[in-house]
Every structure is written in structure tokens, then in C-alpha cells.
Design a protein around this ligand. Sequence first.
Ligand SMILES: [Zn+2]
Length: 74
Amino acid sequence: MTDTKTLWYLLTFRCVNCGRSEASARTCLESEAGEDQITGRIYRVTCKSCGWKGEVCGISAVRISHEFELKVME
Ligand SMILES: [Zn+2]
């Protein structure tokens, strides 16, 4: 049995088309990785409000929330 701890991050971006903060991306990192690795990446996002799709840099995220997810593999 192996325990793998994965950190999931939910990044929220302001849509460049409609201006609402409805564009989001979800990503995961190994547990000891720093948050600068989150903001240094490029994310492909879709706006829930107007349907705009594009690529944005993590540094422009208006909100980053994270949660631990414990996956147990047997
Ligand atoms: Zn939009």
C-alpha cells in the first residue's frame, strides 16, 4: 500500500473578454513543490460566463486556493 499526497490548486483568472473572474484552471503538484511553480506556469482556461478560451500565466491569477488530497492506492 502506498500513500501519495497530492496538492491540488484551483486558480481563478479574470476573463479578458467579459472581465468576470469566471475563468479557472485546476492543477496538481507534488506535496513539497513551491507556489512559485504554480504562478510560473501557463494555463489553458475557459470562461464559464462567456465561453472565452485562452492561455494565461499563473502570475495573473486573481485567486489561488489549494487543498490537500490524500490518495490511497492499494
Ligand atoms: Zn468571459
